[in-house]
Design a protein around this ligand. Structure first.
Ligand SMILES: *Cc1c(COP(=O)(O)O)cnc(C)c1O
Length: 858
């Protein structure tokens, strides 16, 4: 019988055990082993059954057991110590409190998903896990973040397999009362409610749940409230489900509702208001529109509000894959932001302009969330050095006239939260541990993984319909002494789950090699609407089902954080073979590295930046060089080449290194152990998320907070007015003439430049006239990397024809082919950089202007 209503009965803890409730409701337990041990001690069976979830343990433990623990002095002492430790963690000054400078009072961090623990399954993959790691590291550093997201009633799906290997999706009901969440309530106790107006007079209402991530509150909006009509109730039903209108409503709730939730939270708790809003990918971009509306209510025009909002907004782009970018039909957006929809005070035409793809090849009919993200944020970044440069190329069309290198998108390489992702055994390693000790540790972790794999594989086969009697072979799956390679991630096509199957014979030889076998553990979920991805999974499952190889290759369904924590620690090698450069960063390999697992990867994302032969192997790539599509034949050829390189590396380098047990008869793979040690000691310290969060604070949050403070309404109004004036006047700005007086073309000499520019209605104070000089290639392009930009000084004007003279010396500080040009840029102290407005004037490209375009000296 199906229940018509569900609720949960909260446990009443005896007085001495009260602190257990606080410990369970602060997710710091998820990265604090002592607290987890405490909950395991409360009820070892309940702990196992709940998958390690303190709230569930407390919900299920018997009153008798609680009474017993109340009388257990040893337990009470441990409890008191854990409670004290949490209190100290939450109140002590940390890095942020000691940092110099005027730091932001608070930063709101918006993300469509957050992966904090398996007990709060609100993530689908890397983006969400990164957001979780960002909050945890912020908490460890004492950075005053407020996380903002949605509470999905079914989370992402749980993955199973049919008998023939087809992905099956299940959507469990998640009851917030059984999760580490509390409803945000107003003073009188009534739940805080956020409301959005939808077309046709509908209302979308949401409650706000709060999770505590150490020191950081995470607010999750939930549309599953009684007063909503069924359609609106289902807005937060599942992560990345539904059609585009459903997605739009989710993103409106996240962005607009999220700002309203933050305001309510700050009002109720006295938390300082955020000075910076950070949007993790474009999905939350509407938060900027809500803040424009707020300022509009206080009298600011759209343009003024836009400047004020941009100053305090940071946008992080996460993907160079077009399918990863949210694009909506313009008409759909227009309907939801028109007079009949949300933000009635905000001009819908201005809203639409923000999301318009104005670059060549852009589609006039769509509203692009990443484009809006870039226009609403004065500061933007990609997530690895390579991805930063790919993003600058990809979005260069929004800054016409600028070289990609000057596109104002920087990069902060992702990091991972070390306490979450490092095995206890690895954290406990002592500095002087010898080779034998290190190898023993790797064997222990591999052994644990083998046990876990057998357990999961058994469950999977039972669910696929096999009877226990058929499954005796599972006891022989994987060998704790065999080189173990892991590959687990979402299954979009660029990640190439099945590259390893390209030549099945060669793969089989590797798996069944008589003396140097390799074993593979594979996992990953395909998006429910992605049948192509599901076919790849099926291909892999069918291969792994073959009795000839099934003891050496397994596919484990339902990849998630709990499984990931075992995989990264237990594997010897972490494999990643994306189509370069489509993996923006990738973080699983970093988590593996924290545990001394070596990486075997295409040089993409973070591995392009930090690869060293001491840390693993680089799979050579036939990379075409950019995210632009290649022909299907090229793609096939590339897959063939890269797969062949992968087999070759495994057979000729990875396996021999692993199985070479030394001449001295120590039985130890000395070279391998040396690489493990290098990975732990030199790569390990680079990957943690606290390094990443510190970079965000120093390079993005602090400048954004300062810009935000500088732009009070009056200043913002002046800046908006100035920008409008400059934009209108720009078509009449021109470089009329360039003269060079060249004394000697020798190293150390100088050119004297004299430039005449027309500024139309602008004044010299509105612009900067620059010489750009550097090495030139065969086509006379100045190389980005070593270009110097020298401001020229106004020396006279206006002449009768209205033009102005600029002068300056250009030092010849390098030998070889050298060239220069000049350009005019808007200049204002409140611009974050020269390209901000996307306006630049260069000398005309005519033959007689040859001189103006640069003197060449060879
Ligand atoms: C780290 C992690 C990811 C992201 O890994 P990538 O290397 O970026 O693909 C995905 N899922 C889970 C469960 C993770 O822990």
């Amino acid at each position: 019988m199906k229940a018509i209503r569900r609720f949960s009965v909260r446990p009443v803890l005896p007085e001495p055990l009260r602190p257990l409730s606080d410990l369970a409701h602060n997710l710091r337990w998820s990265w604090h082993p002592e607290t987890r041990e405490l909950f395991r001690a409360v009820d070892p069976d309940g702990w196992r059954a709940s998958g390690g979830d303190p709230v569930r343990v407390l919900g299920a433990v018997s009153a008798r057991r609680l009474a017993e623990l109340s009388g257990d002095g040893g337990f009470r002492r441990r409890l008191a110590a854990a409670a004290d430790d949490l209190r100290a963690y939450l109140t002590e000054p940390r890095w942020y409190q000691r940092a110099e400078g005027e730091l932001p009072a608070a930063v709101a961090y918006f993300s469509p998903e957050f992966g904090i623990t398996a007990a709060l399954p609100q993530y689908s993959g890397g983006l969400g896990i990164l957001a979780g790691d960002h909050l945890k590291a912020a908490s460890d550093l004492g950075a005053p973040l407020i996380g903002v997201g949605l509470l999905y009633r079914h989370g992402y799906f749980r993955q199973g397999l049919s008998r023939d290997g087809w992905q099956q999706e299940h959507y469990p009901v998640l009851d917030p009362n059984e999760m580490p969440l509390e409803l945000l309530r107003a003073d009188g106790g009534t739940p805080v409610r956020v409301e959005l107006r939808l077309p046709g007079g509908r209302l979308l209402r949401a409650h706000v749940w709060q999770a505590r991530v150490g020191r950081v509150p995470l607010l999750l909006l939930d549309s599953h409230v009684e007063e909503n009509a069924p359609r609106e109730r289902d807005v937060t039903d599942r992560l990345y489900g539904g059609g585009s209108e459903h997605r739009l409503l989710q993103e409106m709730l996240l962005g607009i509702g999220g700002v309203r939730a933050v305001r309510a939270y700050c009002r109720l708790t006295g938390h300082p208001e955020p000075e910076v809003f950070h949007t993790n990918e474009g999905h939350a971009g509407f938060l900027g529109l809500e803040r424009i509306r707020e300022l509009g209510e206080r009298g600011a025009s759209f343009g003024t509000a836009l400047e004020a909002v941009r100053a305090g907004t940071v946008f992080t782009t996460h993907t160079p894959v077009p399918a990863g970018i949210d694009r909506f039909d313009r008409a759909l957006v227009a309907r939801h932001f028109g007079d009949d929809g949300e933000l009635p005070g905000v001009d819908v035409e201005r809203v639409l302009e923000l999301g318009t793809e104005t670059y060549p090849g852009g589609d006039g009919g769509v509203f692009n969330m990443a484009v809006m993200g870039l226009r609403l944020a004065q500061r933007a970044n990609g997530v690895s050095t390579l991805h930063g440069s790919v993003s600058r190329e990809m979005f260069a069309g929004l800054w016409p006239g600028f070289d990609a290198a000057e596109v104002p998108i920087t990069s902060v390489t992702n990091g991972v939260h070390a306490p979450t992702w490092t095995a206890g055994e690895v954290s406990a390693l002592r500095p002087g541990t010898g080779d034998a000790g290190l190898w023993e540790l790797r064997r222990t972790l591999r052994g644990q993984l083998v046990e876990e794999v057998r357990r999961r594989l058994y469950d999977s086969w039972r669910q696929r319909g096999a009877s226990p009697a058929e499954l005796g072979w599972i006891d022989g799956v994987l060998d704790p002494e065999v080189l173990t390679v892991g590959f687990a991630r979402r299954v979009p096509s660029y990640k190439r789950l099945t590259l390893m199957l390209r030549d099945r014979e060669r793969l089989t030889e590797l798996l069944l090699h008589p003396t140097r076998p390799v074993q593979l553990v594979v996992a990953g979920k395909a998006h429910p609407a992605d049948d192509g991805g599901k076919r790849l999974i099926q291909e892999l499952v069918r291969f792994a089902d073959d009795p000839r190889v099934r003891h050496r290759i397994v596919f484990l369904p339902d990849y998630g954080m709990a499984m990931a924590q075992r995989l990264y620690t237990g594997c010897d090698v972490w494999l990643n073979n994306p189509l370069r450069p489509l993996e923006a960063c990738g973080t699983s390999g970093m988590k593996a590295a924290l545990n001394g697992c070596l990486n075997l990867s295409v040089r993409d994302g973070w591995w392009d930046e930090w690869y060293e032969p001491d840390f693993g192997w680089a799979i050579p790539t036939a990379d075409g060089g950019g995210p632009a599509g290649e022909s299907p034949e090229d793609r096939e050829r590339r897959d063939d080449m890269e797969a062949a390189a992968l087999y070759e590396l495994l057979r000729e380098h990875v396996a021999p290194c692993f199985y070479d047990r030394g001449p001295a008869g120590t039985g130890l793979p000395e070279r391998w152990i040396a690489m493990v040690r290098q990975t732990l000691e030199r790569l390990g310290p680079r990957v943690p998320a606290d390094r990443m969060v510190r970079e965000y604070v120093e390079r993005l949050y602090v400048p954004a907070a300062h810009a935000h403070r500088a732009l009070d309404t009056r200043t913002a109004e002046r800046l908006a007015g100035w920008k409008a004036r400059v934009r209108a006047a720009w078509p009449r700005v021109a470089v009329d003439h360039v003269e060079t007086v060249c004394e000697s073309v020798e190293l150390g000499g100088a050119l004297a430049l004299r430039v005449r520019v027309a500024l139309g209605d602008l004044e010299p104070g509105d612009v900067e006239v620059q010489a750009v000089a550097g090495r030139v290639d065969e086509s006379d392009s100045i190389a980005d990397a070593d270009a110097v930009r020298v401001p020229l000084k106004p020396s006279g004007g206006p002449e009768e024809d209205g033009s102005w003279l600029y002068e300056g010396p250009l030092t010849l500080d390098r030998t070889g082919p050298f060239g220069y040009t000049v350009r005019v840029l808007p200049a204002h102290p409140l611009l974050a950089g020269p390209a901000e407005m996307g306006l630049v004037t260069l000398p005309p490209e005519t033959p007689e202007a040859g001189e103006a375009a640069g003197v060449l000296m060879r």
